[in-house]
Design a protein around this ligand. Structure first.
Ligand SMILES: [Zn+2]
Length: 435
């Protein structure tokens, strides 16, 4: 499933690398012959090859590489490791500027989700070097492990461990599809799994984290712009409607004698769409329906309907779900059925740091400000360090699919925008980057 790196000379680059060129070097790594696209799962052959690529690109730029206690790779510019315990560590708290993303993918994912942010970070370092930007502030390129959760089932595992958003015991016990635990797999990859967990000193050193990511929607396509500044990650949750009726014979039960929960379930599907359309910016999806017992010639006795609902404003998400529930009760009653609603999970909207976002929009006045419905390491870190995101245009608007796409020119424009932002943050006098 994985190929090797295409060779490039190991001497230092004389000109800034292009993002497209960097991504071409890893274009054969972790291809998925079955699904198409890429399957790069944490610590498998493909992701391990990408880690080697990360180290090689860092060394090519004379960045000092360290692996943190949770398996994230950090490449520090000019040996300035800040107060992180990393190379060079002399700068004070809140001094470091950090950028990067992840290298792993979903099964059959695209080429850009994750690696675009890492390649753009290296390209931005080249641009800063070419501009002669020097700073006492440490700058690091980072790659977080298991962002997609494709192997061990918990998204953003590396950043969650760093931020203390998952306990080390729970992380160690996570298992992959082969029954291997995270502890076994990470130990085999060289990690001291007894030491995984929160890293407050490292977090305290960070004054700003900026993650560039391919846009996972059509916002920039519709606006005709190549790069956006992120405002928020939409809160989202999962709810289950269980509709109970009367199981019966599909042939002998007259139409007007039925209490068919599938008919009510159909009403819930339609209600979800109508209610979401009525609330600007809301998304509501029924992607899973399960009839019990589930026979072609059987009127179901119960149907479970799972709803995924999202909106930047948690109150609107709650209102959307409440309205879908109200309509669900009405359609169920009309069918002689009952409905019970259970919230299975909910994570509130993450708003990126206002001060840092203002800095980004000052530097990039052309860039629209967009939210995203997808989760990111930046969303986890936003609760512990000032965090911002940049999005690069995706002409297909499709993501988590081989159809995900970025034009070479847009990729480079994104790297220049990232370099502009980093330059502004690095040249900030030695005081908190945001207040
Ligand atoms: Zn991603």
């Amino acid at each position: 499933m994985s190929g090797g790196l295409t060779g490039r000379p190991t001497d230092a680059p004389t000109a800034p690398a292009s993002v497209a060129g960097l991504l071409r070097d890893i274009a054969d790594v972790g291809r998925d012959a079955t699904r198409g696209g890429y399957s790069r799962f944490v610590y498998d052959d493909g992701e391990t090859t990408l880690r080697e690529w990360f180290v090689a690109e860092a060394e090519r730029r004379s960045l000092e590489v360290e692996t943190d206690r949770n398996g994230a790779l950090w490449a520090w510019r000019h040996g300035t490791g800040g107060a992180t315990g990393g190379p060079g560590g002399t700068a004070g708290p809140g001094a470091a500027v950090v950028t990067g993303s992840h290298l792993d993918s979903v099964p059959g994912g695209g080429a850009y989700d994750g690696p675009l942010g890492v390649a753009s970070a290296f390209a931005a370092v080249d641009l800063l070097d070419a501009r002669g930007v020097r700073s006492e502030r440490p700058l690091a390129v980072v790659a977080f492990p298991e962002e997609e959760g494709a192997r061990f089932g918990v998204a953003c595992l590396g950043s969650r461990l760093l931020a203390g958003a998952i306990t080390p015991d729970r992380a160690r016990a996570l298992t992959d599809a082969d029954g291997l635990t995270f502890a076994e797999v990470a130990a085999r990859a060289g990690l001291d799994v007894d030491r995984i967990g929160p890293d407050p000193a490292r977090l305290a050193a960070i004054g700003a984290f900026v993650e560039l990511h391919v846009e996972q929607g059509r916002g920039l396509v519709d606006l005709g712009e190549p790069v956006a500044v992120g405002s928020a990650i939409l809160g989202h949750g999962r709810w289950r409607f269980s509709v109970t009726g009367q199981g019966n014979h599909a042939g002998t039960t007259l139409m007007l004698d039925r209490r068919d929960p599938m008919v009510a379930a159909a009403g819930i599907v339609l209600a979800a769409r109508e209610v979401a359309i009525d609330h600007a910016g809301a998304r509501a999806t029924v992607g899973r329906v399960q009839p019990v017992p589930g026979g072609t010639n059987v009127i179901a006795s119960r149907v479970d309907v799972w709803l995924d609902a999202r909106h930047p404003d948690d109150a609107v998400t709650a209102a959307v779900v409440a309205e879908i529930h109200r309509r669900a009760v009405a359609v169920a009653e009309a069918e002689g059925c009952e409905v019970v609603l259970v919230e299975e999970s909910y994570g509130g909207t993450v708003h990126f740091d206002d001060g840092l976002r203002a800095r980004l929009t000052d530097v990039l006045p052309q860039a629209p400000v967009l939210d995203t419905g997808a989760g990111h390491d930046a969303g986890v870190l936003a609760s512990v360090v000032p965090t911002a995101m940049l999005f690069t245009r995706n002409p297909t608007g499709v993501s988590h699919s081989p159809e995900e796409s970025v034009e070479d020119d847009d990729a480079q424009t994104g790297a220049v925008a990232l370099a502009d932002v980093l330059e502004s943050l690095l040249l900030r006098p030695q005081e908190p980057i945001v207040s």
